[in-house]
Design a protein around this ligand. Sequence first.
Ligand SMILES: [Zn+2]
Length: 163
Amino acid sequence: MNAEIHECACRLIDAWNVEGISASEHAWLEAHLAECAACRNRVHANEQALQALRLNAVFINPALVSAAKESVRLRARQLREHQARLRALWISCALSWILGAVTAPLLWQFLGWLGRNVEMSQVVRITLFAFCWFAPASVVGAFIAWRQARVVDREDDPEAWDR
Ligand SMILES: [Zn+2]
Protein backbone atom coordinates (compact mmCIF):
# COMPACT_ATOMS: atom_id res chain seq x y z
CA MET A 1 0.00 0.00 0.00
CA ASN A 2 1.11 3.51 -0.76
CA ALA A 3 3.03 5.29 2.06
CA GLU A 4 1.20 8.57 1.40
CA ILE A 5 -2.12 6.82 1.96
CA HIS A 6 -0.85 5.48 5.31
CA GLU A 7 0.40 8.94 6.29
CA CYS A 8 -2.95 10.46 5.42
CA ALA A 9 -4.73 7.73 7.40
CA CYS A 10 -2.44 8.34 10.42
CA ARG A 11 -3.17 12.09 10.35
CA LEU A 12 -6.93 11.36 10.20
CA ILE A 13 -6.68 8.81 13.05
CA ASP A 14 -4.90 11.39 15.23
CA ALA A 15 -7.33 14.15 14.28
CA TRP A 16 -10.34 11.88 14.86
CA ASN A 17 -10.11 12.02 18.67
CA VAL A 18 -8.83 15.58 18.90
CA GLU A 19 -10.68 17.96 16.62
CA GLY A 20 -12.87 15.45 14.77
CA ILE A 21 -13.04 14.64 11.07
CA SER A 22 -15.66 15.19 8.39
CA ALA A 23 -18.11 12.49 7.32
CA SER A 24 -16.32 11.95 3.99
CA GLU A 25 -12.94 11.66 5.77
CA HIS A 26 -14.52 9.23 8.22
CA ALA A 27 -15.90 7.10 5.37
CA TRP A 28 -12.53 7.07 3.63
CA LEU A 29 -10.76 6.16 6.89
CA GLU A 30 -13.21 3.32 7.62
CA ALA A 31 -12.58 1.90 4.16
CA HIS A 32 -8.82 2.13 4.72
CA LEU A 33 -9.04 0.54 8.19
CA ALA A 34 -10.91 -2.42 6.73
CA GLU A 35 -7.88 -3.20 4.55
CA CYS A 36 -4.95 -2.03 6.73
CA ALA A 37 -3.98 -3.88 9.92
CA ALA A 38 -1.24 -1.34 10.82
CA CYS A 39 -3.73 1.53 10.91
CA ARG A 40 -6.26 -0.58 12.86
CA ASN A 41 -3.50 -1.20 15.41
CA ARG A 42 -2.85 2.56 15.55
CA VAL A 43 -6.54 3.23 16.22
CA HIS A 44 -6.52 0.58 18.94
CA ALA A 45 -3.36 2.04 20.51
CA ASN A 46 -4.88 5.53 20.47
CA GLU A 47 -8.06 4.28 22.15
CA GLN A 48 -6.03 2.50 24.84
CA ALA A 49 -3.91 5.58 25.45
CA LEU A 50 -7.00 7.79 25.77
CA GLN A 51 -8.66 5.31 28.09
CA ALA A 52 -5.54 5.20 30.26
CA LEU A 53 -5.49 9.00 30.37
CA ARG A 54 -9.15 9.13 31.39
CA LEU A 55 -8.64 6.56 34.15
CA ASN A 56 -5.40 8.06 35.36
CA ALA A 57 -6.20 9.55 38.73
CA VAL A 58 -3.55 11.46 40.60
CA PHE A 59 -2.75 9.69 43.84
CA ILE A 60 -2.01 11.95 46.76
CA ASN A 61 -0.91 10.58 50.08
CA PRO A 62 -3.90 10.86 52.48
CA ALA A 63 -1.56 11.88 55.30
CA LEU A 64 -0.36 14.82 53.19
CA VAL A 65 -3.94 15.86 52.42
CA SER A 66 -4.83 15.60 56.09
CA ALA A 67 -1.79 17.66 57.12
CA ALA A 68 -2.61 20.35 54.55
CA LYS A 69 -6.24 20.52 55.72
CA GLU A 70 -5.10 20.80 59.33
CA SER A 71 -2.68 23.61 58.44
CA VAL A 72 -5.43 25.53 56.64
CA ARG A 73 -7.82 25.05 59.58
CA LEU A 74 -5.13 26.20 62.03
CA ARG A 75 -4.37 29.31 59.99
CA ALA A 76 -8.09 30.12 59.64
CA ARG A 77 -8.51 29.79 63.42
CA GLN A 78 -5.49 32.07 63.96
CA LEU A 79 -6.98 34.68 61.63
CA ARG A 80 -10.36 34.52 63.41
CA GLU A 81 -8.66 34.91 66.80
CA HIS A 82 -6.60 37.81 65.47
CA GLN A 83 -9.76 39.56 64.22
CA ALA A 84 -11.46 38.99 67.56
CA ARG A 85 -8.44 40.46 69.38
CA LEU A 86 -8.42 43.47 67.06
CA ARG A 87 -12.14 44.02 67.66
CA ALA A 88 -11.58 43.84 71.42
CA LEU A 89 -8.68 46.27 71.08
CA TRP A 90 -10.82 48.82 69.18
CA ILE A 91 -13.63 48.50 71.71
CA SER A 92 -11.23 48.99 74.62
CA CYS A 93 -9.65 51.99 72.86
CA ALA A 94 -13.07 53.57 72.38
CA LEU A 95 -14.00 52.89 76.02
CA SER A 96 -10.66 54.29 77.13
CA TRP A 97 -11.21 57.53 75.23
CA ILE A 98 -14.77 57.89 76.52
CA LEU A 99 -13.64 57.18 80.10
CA GLY A 100 -10.72 59.60 79.70
CA ALA A 101 -13.00 62.36 78.40
CA VAL A 102 -15.53 61.78 81.21
CA THR A 103 -12.94 61.61 84.00
CA ALA A 104 -10.63 64.43 82.81
CA PRO A 105 -12.71 67.24 84.41
CA LEU A 106 -13.00 65.23 87.64
CA LEU A 107 -9.24 64.61 87.68
CA TRP A 108 -8.59 68.30 87.01
CA GLN A 109 -10.90 69.29 89.90
CA PHE A 110 -9.24 66.74 92.20
CA LEU A 111 -5.78 68.06 91.34
CA GLY A 112 -7.05 71.61 91.92
CA TRP A 113 -8.38 70.59 95.32
CA LEU A 114 -5.09 68.81 96.07
CA GLY A 115 -3.15 71.89 95.01
CA ARG A 116 -5.18 74.09 97.36
CA ASN A 117 -4.86 71.74 100.35
CA VAL A 118 -1.30 70.51 99.84
CA GLU A 119 1.47 72.86 98.79
CA MET A 120 1.71 72.00 95.09
CA SER A 121 2.78 74.26 92.26
CA GLN A 122 0.80 74.67 89.04
CA VAL A 123 3.61 72.94 87.08
CA VAL A 124 3.43 69.83 89.28
CA ARG A 125 -0.37 69.72 88.98
CA ILE A 126 -0.22 69.97 85.18
CA THR A 127 2.52 67.33 85.06
CA LEU A 128 0.47 65.01 87.28
CA PHE A 129 -2.59 65.61 85.11
CA ALA A 130 -0.63 64.80 81.94
CA PHE A 131 0.87 61.72 83.58
CA CYS A 132 -2.56 60.45 84.70
CA TRP A 133 -3.89 61.15 81.19
CA PHE A 134 -1.13 59.35 79.27
CA ALA A 135 0.14 56.66 81.68
CA PRO A 136 -2.70 54.10 81.35
CA ALA A 137 -2.69 54.26 77.52
CA SER A 138 1.13 54.04 77.48
CA VAL A 139 1.15 51.00 79.78
CA VAL A 140 -1.57 49.24 77.74
CA GLY A 141 0.17 50.15 74.46
CA ALA A 142 3.48 48.76 75.71
CA PHE A 143 1.73 45.57 76.89
CA ILE A 144 0.02 45.09 73.48
CA ALA A 145 3.31 45.71 71.63
CA TRP A 146 5.04 43.14 73.87
CA ARG A 147 2.28 40.53 73.25
CA GLN A 148 2.32 41.22 69.50
CA ALA A 149 6.09 40.71 69.42
CA ARG A 150 5.62 37.34 71.19
CA VAL A 151 2.94 36.30 68.65
CA VAL A 152 5.20 37.25 65.72
CA ASP A 153 8.08 35.29 67.29
CA ARG A 154 5.83 32.20 67.64
CA GLU A 155 4.62 32.46 64.03
CA ASP A 156 8.23 32.67 62.80
CA ASP A 157 9.14 29.57 64.82
CA PRO A 158 8.19 26.51 62.71
CA GLU A 159 8.11 24.27 65.81
CA ALA A 160 5.43 26.51 67.33
CA TRP A 161 2.98 25.15 64.73
CA ASP A 162 3.23 21.73 66.32
CA ARG A 163 2.51 23.03 69.82
ZN1 LIG B 1 -2.82 2.20 6.83
